[in-house]
Design a protein around this ligand. Structure first.
Ligand code: NAP
Length: 309
């Protein structure tokens, strides 16, 4: 029987692990399919306090894991397939095995949102990708025109990173102003290799018949006119969807699947707490996720203490 099981190993999960480990609760962290979470797929993180020169996203997560393990956290590669929260102890199905827990901290984060085009799906891994840092350096993208879709910080970060490899990087955004933070937007638009394509949406990724990306068909949402842009790669960076499907009907969430805490980090099920991007529609920063991970750990610790009084 586990005292604390933490679902997710991003900033929220590993910070919750650090705090619950230091409270001698020997937390079990279940990594999910992407150990370290989405931050491991980014390059330099410039806005995590304490690193004035920035720190590589992957390295930051490795350090967080080491810090939690130093105090007794156990990090296990595994994906939670189902949960039974109907009574104490809770039970979780992890890669087919049962795990029982007195408390659960949900820190399952979010995944990349897709355009939901058939051609996008068919050309995934054939030139359509969701991670420039993972795939940008592939030979197929070198010295070729590339397309980034989106207008947020992620899209700006991807576009800037891809200027190292591509000949031109088209930044296709559905409006005529970026959502990204001012510093990121200015840096992106000032780059000579980045060409914004405003008010435009991708209606088709070309060319399914050739089984590789040769370009995108775009529609201008203001005028309705269409154009085709030649490109060897399409990098989709249009935000995220929370990884909360397994809690549907059990834990309160909004219409987009973001978990709604009842009070602090406590959910509607006593003993189940939540932290990080799976419950955060607004801030979604590494540092806010870490802060909420800390809060969830303290809430879980107090819950256990009150039960055992
Ligand atoms: P985001 O801020 O939600 O931006 C998503 C972008 O995709 C928006 O520009 C949105 O357009 C567009 N979009 C959404 N759905 C679309 C669709 N179906 N078709 C076309 N375009 C679509 O997501 P994000 O850029 O991934 O950032 C998420 C959070 O992480 C933010 O809080 C951001 O600040 C943070 N972040 C920070 C950094 C950093 O500080 N270094 C780096 C990356 C991410 P609209 O603008 O029209 O809504």
């Amino acid at each position: 029987m586990e005292k604390v099981v933490i679902i997710g190993s991003g900033c929220a999960g590993l910070t919750a692990a650090l705090y619950t480990a230091r409270a001698n609760l020997r937390p079990l962290v279940l990594t999910g399919r992407q150990p370290g979470g989405l931050l491991t797929t980014t390059t330099v993180v410039e806005n995590y306090p304490g690193f004035p020169e920035g720190i590589d996203g992957y390295e930051l997560m490795v350090r967080m894991q080491k810090q939690a393990e130093r105090f007794g956290a156990r990090v296990q590669f595994g994906t939670v397939e189902g949960v039974n929260l109907s009574g104490q102890p809770f039970s979780l199905t992890v890669d087919g095995e049962q795990v029982q827990a007195e408390t659960i901290i949900i820190a399952s984060g979010a995944s990349h949102r897709h355009l939901n085009l058939e051609s996008e799906l068919k050309l995934e891994t054939k030139g359509v990708t969701y991670c420039a840092t993972c795939d940008g350096a592939l030979p197929m993208f070198r010295n070729q025109p590339l397309v980034v879709v989106g207008g947020g910080d992620s899209a700006c970060e991807e576009a800037t990173y891809l200027t190292r490899f591509g000949s031109t990087v088209y930044l296709v955004h559905r409006r005529n102003a970026l959502r990204a933070s001012k510093i990121m937007a200015e840096r992106t638009l000032a780059h000579e290799k980045i060409k914004p394509v405003w008010n435009s949406v991708v209606t088709e990724v070309l060319d399914v018949k050739q089984e590789k990306v040769t370009g995108v068909r775009l529609k201008n949402v203001e005028t309705g006119s269409e154009q085709v842009l030649d490109a060897a790669g399409v990098f989709v960076a249009i935000g995220h969807v929370p990884n909360t499907q397994i809690f549907k009907g059990l834990i309160h969430m909004d219409e987009h699947g973001y978990i709604i805490p009842k009070q602090g980090t406590a959910t509607n099920v006593p003993g189940v707490f939540v932290a990080g991007d799976c419950a955060d529609r607004i801030y979604r920063q590494a540092v806010t996720a870490a802060g909420l991970g800390c809060a969830a750990a303290i809430d879980a610790e107090r819950f256990l203490a009150a039960r055992n009084e």
